[in-house]
Design a protein around this ligand. Structure first.
Ligand code: HEM
Length: 96
């Protein structure tokens, strides 16, 4: 995801997930969450993000990036609403 939070700028994963592996896991998770047939094989959102101490402001910056991306690729309003609802459902496990 195109997040400018410090944790992702560095893109250092203390658990050994490379940038390519990270991208693969996020893709897999979003495909799984939007109906599959992919299965998500990564860690839970809480386990993956708790140690990053992501703030509400960083989350808002991420949502802004997400909106710009959806608009850039002209994703229709109904599908935008669907993906944003899925993303919103992960907030409680990601933001400190
Ligand atoms: C402000 C928002 C977010 C930031 C800054 C962020 C940052 C990160 C970082 C740095 C990692 C690697 C952690 C590690 O390996 O130690 C990670 C893992 C991951 N994130 Fe996020 N993330 C954000 C939101 C999201 C959202 C909204 C989703 C999905 C809807 C997501 C899905 C994932 C997945 C699937 C992984 C990999 C889990 C694994 O390694 O098994 N992230 N994130």
């Amino acid at each position: 995801m195109v997040v400018q939070a410090p944790a992702q700028d560095a893109h250092e994963s203390p658990r050994g997930v490379t940038p390519a592996g990270f991208k693969c896991l996020v893709t897999e998770m979003v495909c799984w969450a939007t109906g599959g047939p992919q299965e998500y094989t990564g860690r839970s959102m809480k386990d993956s993000h708790q140690h990053l101490m992501i703030t509400a402001a960083e989350w808002e910056a991420f949502l802004d990036d997400l909106q710009q991306t959806l608009d850039k690729f002209a994703v229709p309003p109904a599908e935008q609403a669907e993906i944003k609802a899925i993303v919103a459902s992960t907030r409680a496990d990601i933001v400190v």
